[in-house]
Write a protein that binds this ligand. Structure first.
Ligand code: GRF
Length: 188
């Protein structure tokens, strides 16, 4: 199963996938490429260091969002992936991309969807005052963090949590769920 992984930042969840592929925990998964929407992300840097092909489709280089979206779609298609994984990819992709990867675009989100979608799922859950949040791995559709849920797990919010401590705890679960999801998909 060939995957392209999209990142916008540090790519620590991506690293867990790279490690799982390297140590044989995901025997049928190949990371065909890692892409980012901006230059100088640690996610791309660590992928290159692992010998994985990387690319950047820099959002800021395009006057129109649709042009960026077209380029990203074409670039991802060029690797002929079975799945594209958004792992901390902080851009909403457009219709052309969603149509090209209909049902094969996977997203991870650090909250229990449909609660707290958007860029600040951890912060918003804390601000609301919920006592339990978590993470979700789902097939992404054209909405913001919407689409069929594949896996989900709860994480309890402790009184002493900050956004950072809670997000780190959620990410530990997120990594495990992402790897389990990829294993499920590769076994199909
Ligand atoms: C993850 O929690 C992801 O769901 C969110 O951003 C985080 C990515 O972290 N959108 P990293 O880049 O994998 O470290």
């Amino acid at each position: 199963m060939r995957i392209v992984v999209l990142v916008s930042g540090t790519g620590s969840n991506l690293q867990s996938v790279i490690d799982a592929v390297a140590d044989g925990s995901l025997p049928n998964v190949e990371i065909a490429a890692v892409g980012a929407d901006k230059h100088d992300t640690y996610g791309v840097e660590r992928s290159a260091a692992a010998g994985i092909e990387t690319f950047v489709v820099n959002f800021k280089d395009y006057a129109e969002r649709s042009e960026w979206n077209h380029e990203l779609t074409e670039k991802c298609l060029s690797y002929e992936p079975d799945y594209v994984v958004s792992s901390g990819f902080m851009r909403i992709v457009g219709e052309e991309f969603i149509n090209a990867f209909d049902g094969t675009y996977i997203n991870t989100h650090p909250a229990l969807l449909p609660s707290f979608p958007g860029a600040h799922g951890v912060r918003d859950a804390m601000a609301y005052g919920v006592k339990v949040t978590g993470c979700t791995v789902h097939i992404a559709d054209a909405g913001v963090d919407t689409g069929p849920i594949l896996r989900q797990e709860a994480v309890v919010i402790e009184d002493h949590d900050t956004e950072e401590t809670l997000h780190e705890r959620i990410k530990l679960v997120e990594r495990r769920l992402l790897i389990a999801t990829l294993a499920d998909l590769a076994a199909k």
